[in-house]
Design a protein around this ligand. Structure first.
Ligand code: NAG
Ligand code: NAG
Length: 545
């Protein structure tokens, strides 16, 4: 018995000692780990704080430059590696890092920008981003650069007023991925607001849109919801073409040519909060649009976008667009008319409206064939609180279509087919149902205050067609002869006659070249009449002197 008890006792004590040792070891190990972790935090930021997030891209200074941006919680270098399919040939580009001044300890306040230059048009590029350590490398994303040749289709997603609480955001993002737009234009009021919660809402929004914004250029203009602290968050979190970064508060406007389109993006906020910059922006707009009008054969379409509309049919008479002397309209309409801006797109009002071609509050026509004034679109249909802006009466005879208070979140799809045909449509996010559409057919892009001038083409109608032809292949001799296009086949006889005549004249010239040359020589160097003429000239000059 005793020995049994003793054994048992010894057994228990042994177990207790063993447990004690194990426990101590575990505790000491744990505390060591905690200490180590603390040390590492002091010396080196954790991997999590260096992980790139909110990756988004935008067009650089031209359609073949791409700007890549992201954010991290801790400071790190900014590196992009990109290639066109062969990882071995990846090119590494180092960019800049900036710190956004917020008090949010957990915010991703280190912002990174890398610019890729001279990419090939219409080519798919793969890229990832990382910092100093390759352990921080992001997922791989890809984007496709816009095509530049005439005859290519260009399609864009367009909307304003999108925030983190937009109900159909997931549908919207899926639509963007399905359609593979060339770019997305978000015409102001971003995230509601980028700066809210010390930037937490901005961080959240940019993480939400990453799967789209990392794959297609996300182009923006500032709205009234971006104006906090002199547009601080907007200027740091985005980087737009032909602007330094962070974007200067007194220069939040830019333009870029993509294929046949000159996009001009401006800030309507100067008219409300930033009056010292009105003249600066208007001068820039005029200079930019004057230049665009000298290049209208290359970029026939001019599309202008700014946050606030100059025409609207909302009920609220306090809105600028409802006022008789709307600041936006009185500042911009005359300029856009005299510079021949084809389409003006805005947001701000949380509803949708399309106007007829309109000038000075009057529709100039009730269709879109050869418009004689700009057409206006307001697409604020994603709104912070959906479609909160009521519209019970149309604002004037210039209004062509209004959609408000239907509870259906929708977006715009802009397609430019060629120099003459542009298509605009609005679709519901949730089911892609068509809400509205129009074709603008404009064969005579020009300042609208100038009469339409026809300069007859010396080659006649046939030559006119040949010059206007959009098809690259159709610009060659084959098309002139009518060999490639069926349209021109009727004129084959005429063309053949012209060509044969030219050929015959050339052959005769070649055969008689000796005679012709000797005739010229005889006439001008040896024969009397020529000398006589010379003498007269001499005597004349002599008399004058
Ligand atoms: C009407 O518009 C003004 C100016 O934007 C705004 O401050 C006000 O809240 C609006 N009123 C309503 C009822 O939406
Ligand atoms: C431009 O595109 C439209 C729509 O696809 C087409 O009907 C039209 O023929 C095209 N014009 C030219 C000149 O190619």
């Amino acid at each position: 018995m005793v020995s049994k008890i003793q054994l048992c006792y010894h057994g228990y004590s042994g177990l207790v000692v063993l447990m004690y040792v194990v426990l101590c070891a575990a505790i000491s190990n744990n505390s060591q780990k905690v200490v180590l972790q603390a040390n590492r935090d002091n010396l080196k930021p954790s991997l999590d704080s260096l992980k790139p997030q909110q990756i988004h891209i935008s067009l650089g200074n031209s359609a073949t430059d791409m700007t890549i941006m992201w954010a991290t919680k801790a400071h790190d270098t900014s590196i992009v590696e990109y290639h066109t399919g062969d990882r071995q040939k990846a090119i590494k580009v180092v960019g800049e890092t900036m710190k956004l001044d917020t008090t949010n300890e957990d915010g991703a306040k280190y912002l990174h920008r890398v610019c890729l230059h001279n990419l090939q048009p219409q080519l798919k590029y793969f890229y990832n981003v990382h910092g100093e350590s390759i352990d921080t490398v992001s997922d791989q994303f890809s984007f496709t650069t816009p095509p530049v040749l005439a005859g290519n289709l260009h399609s864009y997603m367009v909307y304003g007023d999108l925030g983190t609480e937009t109900r159909d955001l997931q549908f919207l993002l899926q639509e963007a991925l399905n359609e593979k737009y060339e770019a997305v234009f978000h015409v102001g009021d971003i995230a509601y607001d980028l700066n809210r919660g010390q930037g937490q809402i901005g961080d959240k929004f940019l993480r939400q849109i990453e799967k789209v914004a990392a794959r297609m250029p996300y182009m923006t203009v500032p709205g009234d919801h971006e104006r906090y602290d002199e547009f601080l968050h907007y200027r740091y979190r985005f980087s737009m073409p032909n602007l330094p970064w962070p974007m200067p508060a007194d220069n939040l406007w830019y333009s870029i040519d993509i294929g046949p389109i000159h996009f001009v993006l401006y800030s309507t906020e100067v008219f409300f909060y930033d009056e010292s910059n009105i003249d600066k922006m208007l001068l820039w707009l005029k200079t930019d649009l004057d230049k665009a009008n000298t290049q209208r054969s290359a970029t026939p379409w001019i599309i202008a976008m700014g946050h606030r509309p100059m025409y609207c049919s909302v009920d609220n008479y306090s809105e600028d667009c409802k006022r008789d002397k709307s600041l936006v309209r009185t500042s911009l309409e005359e300029l856009f008319y005299s510079e021949g801006v084809d389409l003006v797109i805005a947001g701000h009002q949380h509803y949708y409206e399309r106007t007829w071609p309109v000038y000075n509050k009057k529709a100039v026509q009730y269709n879109y064939r050869e418009p004689a004034a700009p057409v206006h679109i307001t697409i604020g249909t994603l709104g912070s609180v959906y479609m909160s802006d009521k519209s019970t009466n149309v604002g004037g005879q210039w209004s062509a279509f209004v959609l408000s208070e239907t509870g259906k979140e929708s977006f715009g799809r802009l397609k430019v087919f060629n120099a003459t045909h542009l298509h605009w449509e609005v679709r519901e996010c949730a089911n892609n149902k068509l809400v509205d559409q129009m074709w603008i057919i404009q064969p005579f892009h020009r300042p609208f205050n100038l009469p339409r001038v026809f300069i007859p083409n010396p080659l006649g109608e046939m030559g006119e067609k040949w010059l206007q032809s959009e098809n690259e292949d159709a610009l060659g001799l084959e098309s002139f002869l009518g060999l490639s296009g069926s349209h021109y086949g009727d004129d084959f006889q005429t063309k053949l006659t012209v060509l044969v005549s030219v050929f015959v004249i050339c052959v005769i010239g070649l055969m008689l070249r000796k005679k012709i040359l000797s005739f010229i020589r005889l006439c001008c160097l040896k024969q009397e009449p020529c000398n006589k003429i010379k003498a007269v000239v001499h005597s004349n000059t002599g008399a004058n002197v």
